[in-house]
Each structure stands twice: as C-alpha cells, then as structure tokens.
Design a protein around this ligand. Structure first.
Ligand SMILES: Nc1ncnc2c1ncn2[C@@H]1O[C@H](COP(=O)(O)OP(=O)(O)OP(=O)(O)O)[C@@H](O)[C@H]1O
Ligand SMILES: CC(C)(CO)[C@@H](O)C(=O)[O-]
Ligand code: BAL
Length: 290
C-alpha cells in the first residue's frame, strides 16, 4: 500500500466516477498520458497541466498495442512507487494505472489507423506503432474527458498524428505541447536512457550535437540533403550507433520540403547499443517558428 496524497486509480469505473464528479462541479481536467518511469520531461508536462487545470490526471500505462513483437514491451522500466512520489511533487492529483486487462478486456476487431503522417520516420520502422498510440490515446480521452491533454515535442511525430485525430474526429479538447527537456550535454531525457551503458551514455550526446550542426547548416545554406549527410557522418564517426533515420520534413504535415515550406522537423532515431533513441529539433526556415 502506497501512502500518498496522489490517488492511484486502477479501474475505469473509479476513474469515470471521479471525472463525472469533477465535470459536475464545472472544473477543468488536464490529462498527462505517460508510460511511466518518470523523468523531468514527464514532470514538466504535469507542472504545465497543474498550472492550467483544476484536476490533473496522469496515466501510467505501458501500452502493449504500440509495441512491435520484437520490441521492449516486457523490459520497459516500471516503478509505480517511484513514479507516485515524483508525480506528487509535480502536483498530479490522480494517477490512472490500469492493467492491460482493464484497458483491453475484449477485442472487437475495430481499430484506429493512423494516416499518411505515420508512414515515415518512426512509423516506417515501427509498423502499427501509431495505430496503437491512437488506440490508447483515444480511449484515454474518452475516459478522462480532459479539457487539455499534454504531450512532449520529443515525440513530435506522435503529437502531429494525435493533433490530426483530434481535429478530424472533433475530440472536444485542446492539445498542449512541451519542448524537449534535456540532460546537461543535450541528450533528450527518456525513460529508455536507463538501458544505456556508461559508454552508450557518452556516445548518445552526439545525436543532439549532430542535429544542431545540421540545423545551423540548413539555415545557413538551405541545403537540407548536405546538412543531413554531414549529421549522419558525425553520428557515425562519434558513436558505434546505427542510424535508423535522420530526416528533415515539413511540420506538422510531415511531407517533403518544398518552396512553400516554413516550419520543419529535423528528426533522428539512432540505435546506441541496443537502445533506440529519438530526438528532434523544430524550427522555421523563414525566421522564428509560427
Ligand atoms: N525529454 C522530454 N521532454 C519533454 N517531453 C517528454 C520527454 N520525454 C518524454 N516526453 C513526453 O512524455 C510523454 C510520455 O512519454 P513516455 O512515457 O513514452 O516517455 P519517454 O521518456 O519518451 O519514454 P521512451 O523514450 O522510453 O518512449 C510523451 O508525451 C513524451 O513526448
Ligand atoms: C502517448 C503514450 C502515453 C501512449 O501510450 C505514449 O506513446 C508515450 O508515452 O509517448
Ligand atoms: N514515447 C513513445 C512511446 C514508445 O516508444 O512506444
């Protein structure tokens, strides 16, 4: 039994009851969906939700439907007592931590399919990943009925796809995003960083450094291909890692850049040892980001 001010809820019935009472009082709800093993990135999402809402619900659920058969669903780090203390420090009121059976008691064979934005970047190397993300996120939106839901720009493709679902299917909520929270050497904070060996950890900082170099070159020369090639070379020469992708696409539509493109996403996924890390920079080709 964990003694804390945060209420841990594991059933849908209990969550819906809290949501119903909160709504009856005319109060706002901020939802922070996570897979747990919290770090400062998650806590920034929660602190922002705290500032803007009456009730803050954080979901902690390692969603099996977004993992491929050979991915790390089983080994993904889990520690609810640790997460509870951290969530409390960021002002979370309710942790929704259901079991897989509670979330998916039956399989009626009806799924959500992510669209064109999911065919590239992480979607290309993780087939079905974004379908699984949308499945759980849509379900969480129905259960928590948030006024606002909070997502990190570290998963920029995920945010773009969720925003499309919310817009096209009229989910009555606002999506709020938070910039990437980084370690002192630039490495994006990630629950998967715990997988890194000491050597991996040192090498991992090269991803951010390479993206920054490429951004500067794109802004100076406009030559996206050359900048990307140099960034790939930098990562290959400074790490033993294997690049999954390093690409610059228009944002949020995630299409090839053309003369009309303004906002871009420069994104990379790199295997450092066995750990697949993602990172990105978002910027405008024509001055500040809109
Ligand atoms: N460094 C970060 N800065 C800002 N937001 C982040 C950061 N890391 C994760 N988030 C956001 O937190 C939410 C939950 O992410 P998740 O639980 O998958 O954590 P994670 O650290 O990204 O884990 P992993 O990288 O292992 O998938 C997502 O919206 C994600 O974008
Ligand atoms: C949004 C999310 C919690 C859905 O499982 C997950 O994809 C994540 O942590 O980014
Ligand atoms: N933050 C993305 C969740 C995943 O890698 O499955």
């Amino acid at each position: 039994m964990i003694e804390t001010a945060v209420k841990i809820v594991s059933t849908i019935a209990e969550l819906k009851d809290i949501v119903r009472k909160t709504k009856q009082q005319g109060k706002t709800i901020g939802l922070v969906p996570t897979m747990g093993y919290l770090h400062e990135g998650h806590l920034t999402l929660a602190s922002n939700a705290r500032k803007e809402n009456d009730l803050v619900i954080m979901s902690i659920f390692v969603n099996p439907t977004q993992f491929g058969p050979n991915e790390d669903f089983e080994s993904y780090p889990r520690d609810l007592p640790r997460d509870t203390k951290l969530a409390e420090s960021a002002g979370v009121d309710i942790i929704f931590a259901p079991s897989v059976e509670e979330m998916y008691p039956t399989d009626g064979g009806i799924y959500i399919r992510a669209g064109r934005q999911s065919e590239i970047l992480c979607g290309a190397s993780r087939p079905g990943h974004f379908d699984g993300v949308l499945q759980v996120v849509a379900k969480l939106f129905h259960l928590a009925e948030p006024t606002r839901a909070y997502f990190g720009q570290k998963d920029a493709q995920q945010v773009a796809i969720i925003q499309t679902m919310v817009r096209d299917y009229n989910f009555p909520l606002e999506i709020r995003t938070v910039p990437i929270v980084r370690e002192a050497d630039g490495l994006a904070k990630s629950s998967r960083n715990v997988y890194l060996t000491e050597q991996d950890r040192q090498e991992a900082a090269a991803i951010f450094a390479a993206l920054q170099m490429a951004k500067e070159e794109i802004l100076a020369s406009g030559n996206v291909e050359q900048a990307a090639a140099k960034a790939v070379h930098y990562i290959e020469s400074n790490t033993s890692g294997k690049i999954d992708y390093l690409e610059c696409l228009s944002y949020p539509d995630l299409a090839q850049i053309n003369d009309k493109t303004t906002d871009v996403l420069l994104a990379a996924a790199v295997y450092i040892g066995k750990t697949r890390l993602i990172d990105n920079l978002m910027f405008s080709l024509k001055g500040e980001m809109k």
